[in-house]
Design a protein around this ligand. Structure first.
Ligand code: BYC
Length: 323
C-alpha cells in the first residue's frame, strides 16, 4: 500500500489532520500504510532511529566486560544481555524502515556522526560494578521511558516496545541484584558499588532528555501521542523508584539536595549539569570518539557478511524466477 504523507500545502490537509488526530484521541494505532502528517513521520524516524542507534552503541560499554566477567554465570547473563540489545536495535531499525527510510541511510547517519544516540553510552565502564549499575540504573531509566513509548500512537514502534520492555525487565533485575549483593559484600565490593552509583546517577537522570521547558520536540510528540509522558514526568518516576531503593541498600546518592517531598510524594533532586549533557550530546563526552570508531570498525569488518547475504539473496531470487 503506498504511504501517504500529508504536507500543509495539500488542500485536504486540515481535514485529514483532524481525522488523524481524532484517531489518536480514540486510542487507535497509526499503521505504516495510513495517512500521516509528514512531520509525524519525520519525528518518528528521528526518534526511532536514535533509539535503534542507542541500543547498538549501548552494547559497547557492556561488551567490553564480557571477557572479564567474574564468574561463568555472570558472563552468560552479560552475553545474553548484550545480544538482547542487538535484537532491540534490529526491531527498531525495522520499525523505522516502515516509515520509508532505508537501513543504509540510518547507518550512514550514525557512522558519519550526524545522528544522535543516547548520551549515557558516552561514559566509560571502569569496573565490574558498572555492569550491575548499568542494568539497575540505565535499564531502569530506559524501562520508564519505554513503557511510556509502548503506549505510543505508531503501531510498529509501540509493538517493538512491548517486546523490548519485557527483556529490559530482566536486565534491570540482574543489575539490581548484582549491586545489592555488592552493597552487602566486602568493603572493596561496597566501595566499587558506591563509586559506580556516584558516576552513573547523574548521567542516568540526563538520559530522559532536557527539562520540559527546554525540550523543543515534546509538545508535538505529546500532541500526536508519540510520547505519552514528558521528559520530566519520566525522570520523576525513575527517581521515585530508584532513590529509596539505593538508600535502603545503604548506598548514597551523589546529590546533596535530594529529599523526599511529603506533600507531593515525589523525591526532589538538585540541579542537573546540562552543560555536561549538551557537551556529551554534541560529541564531546568522555567516550564519544571511541564509540563511533568502534561502530565504524565493526561496520567495515562486517562488509563481507553484508556482501555474502546480498549474493545469497540474489542467487535465491534468480532460482525462484527460473522456476
Ligand atoms: N541523549 O526535545 P527533546 C537502552 C536530544 S537504549 C542524546 O527533549 P525528544 C540500553 C534530542 O534527540 C534505549 N540526545 O527530544 C541499551 C533532541 O535533539 P534532536 C535508549 C538527547 O526526542 C544498551 C534534543 O536533545 N532510549 O536502553 O522529545 C544497554 C532535545 O531534546 C537525549 C531511547 O533512545 C539523550 N539522552 O526526547 C543498556 C529512548 N535527550 O533530535 C540499555 C527513545 C534528548 O531534535 N527516545 N536528546 O536533534 C526518546 O524517548 C526521546 O527521544 C528522549 C528525548 C526522551 C530521549
Amino acid at each position: 500500500m503506498p504511504i501517504k504523507y500529508g504536507v500543509p500545502s495539500d488542500p485536504d490537509y486540515n481535514e485529514r489532520l483532524r481525522e488523524f488526530e481524532a484517531r489518536i484521541a480514540r486510542g487507535e494505532k497509526i499503521e505504516p500504510g495510513d495517512w500521516m502528517p509528514e512531520e509525524y513521520r519525520r519525528q518518528l524516524i528521528r526518534m526511532i532511529s536514535q533509539h535503534a542507534h542507542s541500543e547498538v552503541v549501548g552494547m559497547l560499554p557492556e561488551g567490553a566486560w564480557i571477557t572479564r566477567a567474574p564468574t561463568l554465570k555472570r558472563k552468560m547473563i552479560l552475553v545474553a544481555k548484550v545480544q538482547d540489545e542487538a535484537g532491540h536495535g534490529q526491531y527498531l531499525y525495522h520499525a523505522a524502515e516502515t516509515l520509508g527510510i532505508s537501513r543504509e541511510a540510518m547507518l550512514e547517519a550514525l557512522l558519519s556522526g550526524k545522528a544522535k544516540y543516547s548520551s549515557i553510552f558516552n561514559y566509560p565502564t571502569l569496573t565490574w560494578a558498572d555492569i550491575g549499575t548499568i542494568g539497575w540504573l540505565v535499564d531502569g531509566a530506559a524501562i520508564k521511558n519505554q513503557t511510556m513509548l509502548a503506549q505510543c500512537s505508531y503501531g510498529p514502534y509501540s509493538r517493538a516496545m512491548v517486546r523490548i520492555c519485557a527483556e529490559e525487565t530482566f536486565h534491570h533485575k540482574q543489575g539490581k541484584e548484582m549491586v545489592l549483593l555488592y552493597a552487602k559484600g566486602t568493603p572493596k565490593q561496597r566501595q566499587m558499588a558506591q563509586d559506580a552509583i556516584n558516576r552513573w546517577w547523574w548521567p542516568a537522570l540526563m538520559m530522559m532528555g532536557p527539562h520540559d521547558k527546554d525540550s523543543p520536540n515534546t509538545e508535538i510528540l505529546v500532541r500526536w501521542g508519540i510520547k505519552t509522558k514528558t521528559n520530566d514526568q519520566v525522570r520523576q518516576e525513575f527517581i521515585n523508584e530508584h532513590a529509596p531503593e539505593i538508600l535502603e541498600a545503604g548506598l548514597s546518592i551523589p546529590d546533596p539536595e535530594l529529599r523526599y517531598d511529603e506533600q507531593t510524594g515525589n523525591w526532589r533532586h538538585g540541579p542537573i549539569n546540562w552543560d555536561e549533557f549538551w557537551q556529551v550530546v554534541s560529541g564531546n563526552g568522555p567516550m564519544n570518539k571511541e564509540r563511533l570508531e568502534a561502530r565504524r570498525r565493526a561496520h567495515a569488518e562486517g562488509a563481507w557478511v553484508r556482501e555474502a547475504l546480498e549474493a545469497y539473496a540474489a542467487k535465491k531470487q534468480k532460482a525462484a524466477l527460473a522456476v
